[in-house]
Design a protein around this ligand. Structure first.
Ligand SMILES: [Zn+2]
Length: 156
């Protein structure tokens, strides 16, 4: 389904570059829009009120569908494009990590008992190891450094 992105095999994943400007080749066209649309459809089918997204707009690669204005716009579309919305029971997409620094997200997760050794961020892994050079690896490394802790994924 997805194409036009180095993240899904169309070209090389950029390494060791500036992050977020311009929008990198790892941007997957409207990926979050597609995922959120599927999640909202399911939410409406089961009568849920909220859809949670993990987007972040502070320490990120500059993808348009990770920004607050996208979430606001998408929620407007959901309100007018669903039976629940038209009947006054709007489904809301919320993104609680949206305006948090990566280090704050890491600290929050550690406080909640997240085992980051089981999480993955790399766009271009080298077998079983993260590459350490893509935007996502750089952002993750910076986040762990700023949080004052070691990424357990790198020491397992
Ligand atoms: Zn990487």
């Amino acid at each position: 389904m997805f194409g036009g992105s180095s993240l899904v095999g169309d070209g090389e994943v950029p390494k060791d570059g500036e992050i977020g400007d311009p929008i990198p080749s790892t941007y997957v066209p409207f990926r979050n829009g597609v995922f959120l649309a599927l999640a909202v459809s399911y939410a409406e089918a089961i009568g849920a009120t909220y859809v949670l997204g993990g987007m972040n707009a502070l320490d990120y690669s500059g993808y348009p569908d990770c920004r607050p204005e996208f979430i606001e716009s998408f929620n407007s579309t959901v309100s007018v494009g669903t039976k629940a919305g038209v009947e006054g029971r709007p489904i809301r997409v919320v993104a609680p990590l949206l305006e948090m620094k990566k280090s704050e997200i890491i600290s929050l997760g550690l406080g909640l008992g997240v085992d980051y050794g089981l999480t993955w961020s790399c766009y271009d892994p080298d077998g079983e190891r993260p590459c350490g050079h893509c935007d996502s690896c750089q952002l993750r490394a910076r986040g762990f450094e700023e949080a004052g802790t070691i990424d357990p994924l790198l020491v397992r």
